[in-house]
Design a protein around this ligand. Structure first.
Ligand SMILES: *Cc1c(COP(=O)(O)O)cnc(C)c1O
Length: 468
């Protein structure tokens, strides 16, 4: 498969380069040249396969010919055999036609594991083949950091540095990063905010010499391989509920638009998706966009669903590209306007197309707590706040009650115990395998908000790897 940049000013590249580079050199995002698709018989056959087999089938058209399906089967079985639930992404029934898709059975209890665990091993595979090494640098406000660390720990070709704002992530989130005992994992606590951490990472990438000598790369949510790996659970959920003979609707708690875009990919590949519901908290730029046709940036406000406290949804550019019939000049114009003024509008005909598939809504913290309480009373299930935003908006926005509604459960309730307890009176327990988290020793270096000092630290640690 060849990949094109949404901005049209970069040469087409193959999967391995897309994997290792993330962003295209023209500032665009990569998309496959064509959408591979499955016929009804093939989709129906997925219903009887284990998760890792479906993962290999769904991803193979995107990774080939460089990475073959047999390699993907090995990688996917190594990853998903380690997950806590035998069906990997189980469906739990919440109401007569409402389902919860549990995506929190990976090592860090959030859906990001489902893709990042695959991406870590794909990096390893490609780097070993090429005899190369990379340095991954990431900023985190909580969840992404631990998922990236778990995905990269002990991988021979990777050194990973994760910056978090000191004292501004929860204790569970911090310990999920700092208790990882792996020589290639480096935690950096920054005296500052998450925005400071992001600016530090940006500065490292902006320093061309440092970037080249450290072979910096990212595993952020614009990496295409993450999207491809996320399309898998839409397919397994859809076929479990009767696809391809029966359509299905998904409701997705959304921040960067990566997860819900993977649902769009599954639909492009032939899954009969009737509706994709974009659920946001008060940081509702996407909900406002789908209502008004204007994308308008606002202030980030903190909520009880912090992984969605985002105002710029990077992956939206991919959707825009497809809906303007893959005209890169139109994407360039829109993104340039947005960068300059914080606002862009989309033609009425494009909006009409998007609204045929996508609906959106928002929930504030009170409404979210009410959804958590109500679902607990009715069914005994504890939803984390992100999941509750998704399910609440999903029920409001679903068009056809006869079509199964799948709400994506993106985090385990025990990752946000205070919010869940405040809503229900019940405190969710960490799964047994994570109980040691609160007693294991922590490894973390604290730095002032000082780019030079942090770069020197990164250089020093990479140098030690070279010497080892
Ligand atoms: C990252 C995250 C989201 C948002 O997903 P996007 O792909 O950025 O839209 C939602 N819920 C949880 C728990 C997350 O960690």
């Amino acid at each position: 498969m060849k990949y094109l940049s949404t901005r049209g000013d970069a040469p087409p590249v193959d999967f391995e380069d897309v994997l290792l580079s993330g962003l295209a050199p023209d500032g665009g995002l990569y998309l496959p040249e064509t959408w591979p698709s499955f016929d009804a018989g093939t989709l129906a056959g997925f219903a009887s396969l284990p998760y890792h087999e479906v993962a290999a089938r769904v991803m193979a058209p995107f990774t080939g010919p460089e990475i073959e399906e047999s390699t993907l089967v090995e990688i996917a079985s190594a990853v998903y055999d380690g997950f806590e639930h035998p069906v990997v992404a189980p469906l739990v029934q919440l109401d007569s036609n409402d389902w919860l898709l549990e995506l929190f059975h990976g090592p860090t209890l959030a859906f990001k594991d489902y893709a990042l665990q695959i991406v870590g091993r794909l990096f390893d595979h490609v780097l070993a083949k090429r005899g190369e090494t990379v340095t991954i640098v990431a900023a985190t406000s909580g969840d992404t950091g631990s998922a990236a660390i778990e995905a990269c720990r002990d991988r021979a070709g990777i050194e990973i540095f994760v910056l978090h704002p000191r004292g501004r992530v929860s204790e569970v989130q911090r310990r999920q990063m700092t208790t990882v005992d792996a020589a290639n994992v480096h935690n950096i606590a920054v005296e500052g905010t998450f925005d400071d951490c992001q600016a530090l990472v940006k500065a490292m990438f902006g320093d061309a010499r440092f970037r080249a000598e450290s072979r910096l790369t990212a595993v952020n949510s614009i990496n295409w391989a993450r999207i491809a790996a996320q399309a898998v659970y839409y397919v397994t959920a859809g076929v479990a509920l009767g696809a391809p003979h029966r359509p299905v609707a998904f409701s997705v708690p959304t921040g960067n638009f990566g997860n819900v875009f993977a649902g769009y990919v599954a639909r492009c590949m032939g899954l009969p998706v009737d509706q994709l519901i974009v659920a946001t908290n008060r940081n509702d730029i996407l909900a406002r966009f789908l209502e008004t046709g204007a994308m308008e940036i606002g202030e980030v406000v903190p909520t009880i669903s912090p992984s969605m406290d985002i105002q710029v949804s990077s992956n939206f550019e991919r959707l825009l590209y497809d809906y303007v019939r893959r005209d890169p000049a139109a994407v360039r114009r829109a993104m340039e306007r947005f960068r300059q003024s914080g606002r862009m509008t989309v033609a009425a005909v494009t909006m009409a197309g998007m609204r045929g598939l996508f609906s959106a809504g928002r929930r504030d913290d009170d409404e979210t707590r009410r959804t958590i309480a109500e679902v607990f009373r009715r069914s005994g299930n504890l939803l984390d706040p992100h999941t509750a935003v998704g399910y609440g908006v999903g029920r409001e926005q679903r068009r056809d009650p006869d079509i199964p509604l799948v709400a994506l459960a993106t985090a385990h309730p025990a990752k946000f115990p205070d919010a869940v307890e405040a809503a229900t009176g019940a405190r969710p327990d960490l799964p047994a395998r994570l109980e040691s988290l609160m007693t294991l020793p922590e490894r973390v270096e604290t730095f002032a908000n000082d780019p030079a000092a942090i770069k020197a630290f990164v250089r020093d640690r990479i140098g030690r790897r070279g010497a080892a």
